[in-house]
Design a protein. Structure first.
Length: 178
């Protein structure tokens, strides 16, 4: 997914319902894994160093505290309403969503948004690629994605042919300016 497709996906999610929108921003704007998003609880929301935060259990059972961008925080607040405990993301029967439900929700939002068959990991990949495209240093993207090794993070960038950032353009500009 490129930046435009991610934006359209998030817009379509906001027009489904609050829980769909909350799942979409957790995956697409904060880069959570689907299992991390499904396991979020209201009690894990907090404030830290001037940021709204969410405590999650990441890959390998590793705890992490992530900052929530304002759009994500606002969308989560709308999803939880007046509730003070329990799961953040709920199905219509008020039960916690599972990976299967998350996959169905993402697929249905993708159909509305137009990019076609979308699955949750595509949103995490879109988050990582958008961060790299925006010029976020690789190390910071690695930390945000909670990858143990930078090589894992660079896989997302190498999966596509990003000619806009090709070294040849930098070399030509460098040589021409000398």
């Amino acid at each position: 997914m490129d930046r435009g497709e991610l934006g359209r996906f998030l817009f379509a999610a906001e027009h489904c319902d609050r829980d769909h929108a909350a799942l979409a921003v957790l995956l697409g704007l904060n880069g959570l894994r689907v299992s991390e998003a499904c396991a979020t609880n209201i009690e894990d929301l907090a404030f830290g160093r001037g940021h709204r935060t969410l405590r999650i259990i990441g890959n390998g059972n590793k705890p992490a505290v992530i900052p929530l961008v304002p759009r994500t925080a606002r969308t989560i607040d709308l999803a939880i309403g007046e509730r003070h405990e329990g799961t953040i993301l709920r199905r219509h029967d008020e039960q916690r969503i599972d990976r299967r439900t998350a996959h169905r929700w993402v697929r249905s939002i993708g159909k509305r948004a137009g990019p076609g068959a979308i699955h949750p990991h595509m949103l995490r990949a879109a988050f990582i690629m958008a961060a790299l495209d925006a010029g976020v240093p690789l190390r910071n993207v690695q930390l945000a994605a909670r990858h143990a090794d930078q090589r894992t993070t660079t896989i997302y960038d190498r999966r596509r042919q990003n000619f806009d950032r090709h070294a040849a353009y930098v070399v030509v500009a460098f040589v021409a300016s000398g």
